[in-house]
Design a protein around this ligand. Sequence first.
Ligand code: MG
Ligand code: ZN
Length: 260
Amino acid sequence: MHDGHRHNDSHGRDHGHGTVRDLAPSVGAAAQGAQGGEGGEGGEGGETITLEQKVLAKNEDLAARNRSWLAERGIVAVNMMSSPGAGKTTLLERTIRDLNGRGRPIAVIEGDQETMLDAERISGAGGAVVQVNTGAGCHLDAEMVRGALTALAPETGSLILVENVGNLVCPALFDLGEGGRAVIISVTEGTDKPLKYPYMFAVADLVIINKIDLLPYVDFDSDQCEKYARSINPDLQVLKVSATTGEGMTDWYDWLGGRY
Ligand code: MG
Ligand code: ZN
């Protein structure tokens, strides 16, 4: 439905200029080299930032429209964000199997660069689903979600779970008009993820630490991770779950219930 190419304007260049932190001369040289690669395209910071601001301002308008469209229909949408492989789709499959037919109708918007694979999994679990392929794009934006909502035509009072493109960076910048934001991290990632990707944790309402069934086999400190996340955003709720075994999933369902 959407090829998403239009939004690539916001990512052909950097989001502003990065800071090169010099650990050692060789690292500094490598980083400078990488930056030089984009210099010809982005030019000096001013132009890049103006373009970025325009893209984000347009997105804010469309997100506000999505938000009223959803509110008029009593629909709640939750934006689910994570790195690739944190278990978003598995979490959604289990959520649909457990909640479908009990209370609100549930529908899913799947965001991936390519393939219908995740949409097929959701459909297999019994959920109504629309897949958005972003092509080279690295996040969903409000316009893509608007198109997906039109295609999905969700019932009044639905719960819509939006699986964003696997990426902890720019999805934090793009409001979709959602009523809640969840970040999923898994115990196979680093405990310090919240410190490395603070923007994502700053805009989130909920952190789901997934794959806790693997804790005995990995070097991950969930309490420390929770502390890091709260140091960035004291209002964050943190849940620990295993979408595979089902442990902790009722806490997630209670959180969703609170959004209704
Ligand atoms: Mg997925
Ligand atoms: Zn992006």
